[in-house]
Design a protein around this ligand. Sequence first.
Ligand SMILES: [Zn+2]
Ligand SMILES: [Zn+2]
Length: 132
Amino acid sequence: MTKTGHCHCANVSYEVSAEPIRMAQCHCEACRRTTGTGHLVQAFFNSTDVKIKGKTSNHKSTSDSGNIRTRHFCPNCGSRLFSFNSKMPDIIGIAVGSFDDSAWFKPEVILYNSERPAWDIIDETIEIHELM
Ligand SMILES: [Zn+2]
Ligand SMILES: [Zn+2]
């Protein structure tokens, strides 16, 4: 089933022709600050299965494990969209809230639970990691 999505202003859109390889919810400091909320939820795909239309801006930072994380966002409306990790350059993470329909999403793992704000309530039945 093809999945489609776009940023808030729709200057950047995308199409995914595969099911996610992994689905995760992360509460690390970078995810909290770049989303302005308690966590980021992402679905990961092979980048060959994702077609992107429009131009993003990006910002790079080094993760705790020493890998470079590149986060792409819409330069016009600022929506967080895609991320890449230098450790797995062929994998793209897509911010789940940007999909037109994300009813299929269910996080398989919760990351950086140790940095989760107390007000951000989680589903305790999901696999939980205190860090990565
Ligand atoms: Zn936009
Ligand atoms: Zn994170």
